[in-house]
Design a protein around this ligand. Structure first.
Ligand code: C5P
Length: 402
């Protein structure tokens, strides 16, 4: 990855992982980036200003009230000349300051005074990472558009095990490259459908299903993380949509089809929505009442098949069309037949029988069916499965162009 001409402002917080930030500097500079270091007071307890400035080949900024610095380069300017601000390690305290909008030292002031994109690499003790306060702060920071890499799970310096270890320098470098427009899906447009649809019976009642939208949201986020421009067409899902994607909210299957068609052209389309197969033809304009005339009569008609409609487009069809097959029996057989019937390129099959806990749960086990064969993706988190799919798509597009 080439970071030539890119300027990164690296804020080093006070955690044991700060030593990895020295290696991070080396890796960034190897790829051509200029790195200006900012060291918090706590950070200076873990790495010295001298080692940081030697590795960066630049002066370390570490004190908001240094008047010489203010005369040479004010803190506001310092944050704005950078293409990206990287906070590594982002300690629980730094995250809290960022989420709260504090500005009581150089690092927090820089972060508040800038509109430069920010990438943080959290690192802290497991309990601190899982604490409700840190969860809240992470939610706020994500909603504010701050990107995160890691933390990873593993043995920690404090002797505990779990999530909280800072991402490795090379993982941070990859995330930096993606933020700076160098991801493998940069320049690609992907449309993702997600969530259930609601088909009205009358103004207050509807037909729905148990889809939470978790897998679709994870897929959209993973594609975004590889640099794709993502249009996320979502029914009324439980899970919030990811940040940094173009969100189109719909209720019904007909609206979903319109939104997908309106979002084209796209390089790739992924249909993760659990679309209702039927809608009520005679949906009432007013709330239906119990009454002497007996039970209401609902006429069902078939909804448009969005996946099949797009997969069979004669002109402007996305190069790669991916469907899902949520099955409760004969999963592989049904999925293989479904791929052909719908005319899509790939099908991801999963077993949604209640015993698997997949529908609405955090994990998924998938089987990828393509023209070339079948691949099993063993049970893993929906986030990990999404990352695998995004990576697979990037590889496929690259291979089909060479
Ligand atoms: O036929 P079935 O509902 O099992 O097909 C599942 C796949 O087709 C999923 O990818 C789903 O998003 C898509 N689908 C669709 N429009 C429909 C029904 C299903 O796009 N009306």
């Amino acid at each position: 990855m080439n970071l030539q001409g890119k300027h990164i402002l690296l804020i080093v917080g006070g955690g044991i992982a700060a030593y990895k930030s020295l290696d991070l500097v080396r890796r960034l500079r190897e790829r051509g980036a200029t790195v200006t270091p900012v060291l918090t007071r706590a950070g200076a307890e873990f790495v010295t200003p001298l080692s940081l400035s030697s590795l960066c080949g630049r002066k370390v900024y570490d004190d908001l009230w240094d008047l010489t610095d203010e005369a040479e380069m004010g803190h506001i300017q310092l944050s704005r000349v950078a293409d990206l601000i990287v906070v590594a390690p982002a300690t629980a305290d730094l995250m809290a300051k960022m989420a709260g909008g504090h500005a009581d030292d150089l690092a927090s002031t820089l972060l508040l005074a800038t509109d430069t994109p920010v990438l943080m690499a959290p690192a802290m003790n497991v309990r601190m990472w899982t604490h409700a306060a840190t969860r809240r702060n992470l939610g706020t920071l994500t909603a504010d558009g701050i990107a995160t890499v890691g933390p990873n799970e593993g043995d920690m310096a404090c002797g505990e095990f779990g999530p909280g270890r800072m991402a490795e320098p090379l993982e941070i470098v990859e995330a930096v490259g993606i933020r700076l427009g160098g991801g493998p899906l940069a320049g690609r447009h992907v449309v993702v459908t997600s969530g259930p649809t609601h088909e009205p019976i009358d103004p207050v009642r509807y037909i729905a299903n148990r889809s939470s939208g978790a897998q679709g949201a994870a897929i959209a986020a993973a594609l975004r993380d590889l640099g794709a421009r993502v249009t996320f067409v979502t029914g009324p899902a439980d899970r919030p949509p990811p940040q940094g994607v173009d969100i189109r909210r719909v209720e019904t299957a007909a609206e979903m089809l319109d939104a997908v068609e309106g979002a084209l052209p796209a390089d790739v389309a992924i249909f993760a929505a659990a679309v209702a197969d039927w809608r009520v033809a005679n949906a009432a304009g007013q709330k239906m009442k119990k009454g002497p005339s007996g039970l209401p009569h609902l006429d069902l008609v078939e909804n448009p098949d969005i996946l099949a409609t797009i997969a069979r487009m004669e002109e402007g069809r996305p190069r790669l069309v991916v469907g899902f097959a949520a099955e409760t029996e004969n999963v592989l057989e049904n999925a293989t037949a479904k791929r052909v019937r719908k005319g899509c390129d790939w099908i991801l099959a999963n077993d949604v029988s209640p015993a698997t806990g997949i529908m609405g749960g955090a994990e998924n086990a998938l089987t990828l069916v393509t023209t070339d064969g079948v691949e099993d993706w063993p049970r893993d988190t929906k986030v990990a499965q999404a990352a695998r799919l995004a990576r697979r798509i990037a590889d496929h597009l690259e291979a089909s162009e060479t």
